[in-house]
Design a protein around this ligand. Structure first.
Ligand code: CUA
Length: 332
């Protein structure tokens, strides 16, 4: 009985370890760095872990030694040495070294950016994103996706609309809180092109867990090309169904909340949709930009994302929803 319990414990332990290790890789992992800042943090984590393991092993080793290996009355001078050496000097040196090592990284992470500035505002459960290239007088506005070039330090200016959120792309760097009415800043220097995942890291309400985004890292040439395309106005609807969808977008008043640059839809409440279909995800990192997901989202917003501001357009018929989705799918 005892043996089978121990066996069960071992198997459960192995399973838990597998699950834990599986979480250490992938596009939302602080231990798979794709940028300079995340690499520093990974190194800091490893050094802290090694320090903690050494301390734990030394402490428990001494305990084992005096209770099992040499259990006897130790002279008082040994006890005093242990208290001074093990209780004062050793922890002071170890923790002091770890602190100095950790603090030595902070100036790098607070370093100035060198060119692009990206402003991100946390909204109720999505991200408003503005790109300010050097010398720009007006921003290029988008939403729910951050694109950054490799090899340069981009400055991120962060705030929030109503609640406190936290901006975090684990593969690129540390997290930074976002407050209403107060701007915080961080800089990031991505190094490996790819698509990574960001996530709100501060509980902010019913859809906190559904407040994600994609972080797309591009080479500087690809980034410049993308930013130019992003600055361009929207493509006009190209098919009859997309044209019907645009008319429906107008009739249903979608343009009161959403902007589509190059049209008279100029709403500022919700995400800018000018190039929605060129984004990696829909609904702030929770769905794909496909016909099915667009239809599903428009008809069931509140079911999919609790407390979202956009009402569900559940009175629209299937073909109308398909037309709307066709219009949005053409916004590349
Ligand atoms: Cu926004 Cu949690």
């Amino acid at each position: 009985m005892t043996r089978s319990l121990a066996e069960l414990g071992r198997r459960l332990g192995a399973l838990a370890l597998l699950v834990a290790v599986a979480g250490c890789s992938g596009r939302q992992s602080a231990l798979s760095p794709a940028g300079e800042d995340a690499a520093w943090l990974r190194d800091l984590w490893i050094v802290m872990l090694v320090g903690a393991v050494l301390l734990w092993t030394a402490l428990n080793g001494m305990f084992y030694f005096v209770t099992r290996i040499r259990p006897r009355d130790w002279p008082e001078r040994y006890a005093n040495r242990l208290i001074i050496g093990g209780g004062v000097i050793f922890p002071t040196v170890l923790v002091g070294t770890l602190l100095a090592y950790g603090l030595s990284m902070m100036p790098h992470m607070r370093a100035d950016g060198n060119g692009l500035v990206v402003k991100v505002r946390a909204e109720e459960w999505w991200w408003r994103v503005e790109y300010w290239p050097a010398g720009a007088t007006a921003p290029i506005v988008t939403a729910n996706e951050i694109r950054l070039p490799t090899g340069q330090r981009t400055e991120l200016l962060l705030d929030a609309n109503k609640y406190i959120h936290s901006f975090w792309i684990p593969a690129l760097g540390g997290k930074m809180d976002m407050f209403p009415g107060r701007e915080t800043r961080m800089t990031l220097r991505p190094e490996t092109p790819g698509v990574y995942r960001g996530q709100c890291a501060e509980f902010c309400g019913p859809s906190h867990a559904l407040m994600a985004f994609e972080a797309v890292i591009l080479t500087p040439e690809d980034f410049t090309g993308w930013l130019e395309a992003e600055a361009a106005p929207a493509l006009p609807p190209a098919t009859p169904e997309a044209q019907r969808g645009e008319a429906l977008f107008r009739d249903e008043g979608c343009g009161a909340c959403h902007a589509v640059r190059g049209t008279d839809f100029e709403g500022l409440v919700g995400p800018d949709l000018t190039h929605l279909a060129s984004r990696e995800s829909l609904g702030a990192g929770i769905m794909e930009v496909t016909r099915d997901d667009l239809v599903n989202w428009i008809a069931h917003t509140g079911d999919i994302k609790p407390a979202v501001a956009m009402p569900a357009y559940d009175w629209l018929e299937g073909p109308q929803l398909a037309d709307l989705a066709a219009y949005l799918e053409g916004l590349k």
